[in-house]
Design a binder for this molecule. Structure first.
Ligand SMILES: *Cc1c(COP(=O)(O)O)cnc(C)c1O
Length: 356
């Protein structure tokens, strides 16, 4: 049976990415060796990381003056690397979910953190508006897409200080105004590659301004100087990332990716809004994520939630169970998920509703 993969992360990758990765596991760049067993310093792998880096710059339209890094440790490692490298005395953060609050917790180890606003009191079902950056902040950090709660900040905020953003679950779904940023980072396992590599984009001249000593591996300058090869980088995820980036470019780049993402999300949100049985969990429709669609059954149908997950499984729909802190359902519509899968889910919702 054809599977429709709605997992939140690790999550669906394009067929192109999976096929080419599988081939390279058997024979990498005609070396007669597996990509799993070659030196990261071989000329063949150097070509992979060079092309992947160039494609990130091209697709995201990154101007001169920024470095693209491929690091280990996941997005969660960036929660400490960011303040280690950028926070001298004070920074502003907005608390829009679990990942945002994890980032805040780490930053507090390095300096004063002003939390400009939080939607925790409402289980993160909305994006706070009308907040102000604290005076003396060196940067503002936010999470563009709250993977667990299904809210998203899709427009680069307008603030008076340089910004840093965790774009783990919505990178490559919209253009970025780089003039506003000193750093953007994203764990690969949502819109790019298998888990194991984190894409970090930093503005070179924003580095070197903190007074503390930084351990070698946690200092971005180490990795810039060595082209992400100070130590062994995650070779296989970088190889897969290159395949995804080639695929993105062939499709037509960010414009086409965004168009598809908006179309998929609109179709599913419409189905939820029209349904008598389901309802969305995000209170303001403007805050709805186009990547992770969170919904539940209305109170009078609540006891049918388990049945619906099984009903879906029988149609090949996997990964729609909501995160334990929200409940209900979460359909992740990452770039690699085809519209066809969204249609199958909508059909299942309609048929299930009709049945009951
Ligand atoms: C998944 C996710 C993370 C955590 O990523 P790891 O690579 O597991 O550390 C952080 N932030 C956001 C927004 C995420 O979606």
């Amino acid at each position: 049976m054809k599977k429709h993969n709605f997992y939140a992360g690790p999550s669906i990758l394009s067929e192109y990415t999976i096929k080419n990765t599988a081939e390279a596991i058997l024979n990498f760049a005609d070396t007669g060796l597996s990509v799993l067993e070659v030196s990261h310093r071989s000329k063949e792998f150097q070509a992979v990381i060079d092309e992947a880096t160039a494609l990130v710059k091209e697709i995201l339209e990154i101007p001169e003056g920024f470095s693209v890094l491929w690091l280990g440790g996941g997005a969660s490692m960036q929660f400490c690397m960011i303040p280690f490298n950028f926070l001298n005395k004070k920074a502003s953060y907005i608390d829009t979910g679990t990942w945002a609050s994890n980032a805040i917790k780490e930053a507090r180890l390095f300096g004063e953190v002003d939390v400009v606003a939080s939607s925790k009191d409402a289980n993160y079902t909305y994006i706070p508006k009308d907040w102000k950056i604290a005076e003396g902040s060196e940067y503002f950090h936010y999470t563009s897409n709250n993977t667990i709660y299904g809210t998203e900040i899709r427009k680069d905020p307008d603030v008076s200080v340089p910004m840093i953003c965790d774009m783990s679950s919505d990178i490559f779904s919209r253009p970025i105004d780089w003039s506003k940023y000193i750093a953007v980072y994203a764990g690969a396992q949502k819109n790019l590659a298998p888990a194991g590599v984190t894409l970090v984009i930093v503005r070179d001249d924003a580095l070197g301004h903190v007074e503390r000593a930084i351990p070698t591996m946690l200092d971005y300058r180490t990795h810039i100087k060595k082209g992400s090869m100070f130590n062994t980088p995650p070779v296989l995820p970088i190889y897969s990332a290159l395949q995804t980036l080639r695929y993105y470019k062939q499709l037509g780049g960010l414009k086409e990716l965004e168009r598809r993402d908006l179309e998929k999300a609109a179709a599913l949100y419409n189905a939820i809004d029209e349904s008598k049985m389901f309802e969305g969990t995000v209170t303001d429709p403007n805050d709805r994520s186009i990547m992770n669609v969170c919904f539940v059954m209305k109170p009078e149908y609540k006891e049918l939630e388990k049945d619906f997950v099984e009903f879906c499984a029988n149609r090949g729909i996997v990964g729609i169970k909501g995160h334990r802190s929200v409940g209900g359902f979460r359909a992740s519509l990452y770039n690699a998920l085809p519209m066809e899968s969204v249609k199958v889910l909508i059909e299942a919702m309609k048929d299930f509703e009709y049945k009951h």
